[in-house]
Design a protein around this ligand. Structure first.
Ligand SMILES: [Zn+2]
Length: 244
């Protein structure tokens, strides 16, 4: 169960004081008065691309198969799951909604961070027990060999990448707050939140597929992986990632 985090505590205080629970302003004509609740979202095992621009997404895999059969892949959240829920992987787990009001309204609108639009399959890590340090690059090299290169996914992501994902969501919250969209008499700002998050998902998908900085899970490994693949495949040409 998700814990009551700071965001929810602040929303409760705002509610008691008659302030808008989404932006905390007191001068709204139509302050939002919802009781912000924890989403309880949990990380799910994800794989397989689809949804918006599905055909272009499938085209980045050998024979348009997702999850790919040509190499071993791992499902990756385009917008990091931890951008929605913090502390899910801590020990002991202490899951907390990062942007509580955003998450609350997204959930109300049936959004889920594990949805198919937020998934990309990436070449996976080495088998457990494999001592060869280069074994992490084997699946990546198979993807390159199939002329469908994608960045590797070997566990533990760079801080810059996680931060990029957090910032996208934070900016959505700020845009809606500063634009005063939560002061409309109706609930239109909720649809706007979903729309903006969907745009962010698509941006994250394209940037991850294209290996565009800072959307690189393992910047310390990508060059080594490329060198390994070129040597293994006896290639010298530049590895070109998909542009969507
Ligand atoms: Zn407001």
């Amino acid at each position: 169960m998700t814990q009551i985090g700071e965001g929810i505590a602040i929303a409760l205080i705002n509610l008691e004081k008659g302030k808008c629970v989404f932006c905390g302003k007191s001068e709204h004509e139509f302050p939002k008065k919802d009781v912000i609740k924890p989403t309880g979202w949990s990380r799910k095992k994800i794989s397989g691309v689809g949804g918006r621009f599905a055909s272009a997404k499938l085209d980045i895999y050998p024979d348009k198969k997702s999850p790919p059969t040509a190499y071993k892949s791992e499902g990756h959240h385009c917008l990091a799951f931890s951008s929605f829920i913090m502390g899910a992987q801590s020990n002991p787990p202490n899951p907390t909604d990062r942007f509580a009001a955003l998450n609350h309204y997204l959930k109300e609108k049936k959004y889920d961070p594990n949805n198919i639009n937020n998934v990309i399959d990436l070449p996976g890590r080495k088998d457990k027990g494999d001592e060869d340090p280069d074994a992490h690059y084997a699946e990546f090299a198979i993807a390159v060999d199939n002329d469908k290169p994608l960045q590797l996914h070997i566990g533990g992501h760079a801080a810059e990448f996680m931060n990029a994902s957090n910032v996208l969501l934070r900016d959505i919250v700020r845009t809606i707050q500063q634009g005063g969209f939560c002061d409309e008499p109706d609930d239109s700002f909720k649809d706007l939140l979903v729309e903006e998050v969907e745009i962010a998902e698509d941006e994250a998908f394209k940037s991850t597929a294209g290996v565009i900085t800072p959307w690189i899970c393992h910047p310390a490994h990508i060059n080594k992986a490329e060198e390994f693949a070129k040597e293994m495949l006896d290639r010298t040409d530049e590895i070109i990632y998909p542009k969507l």
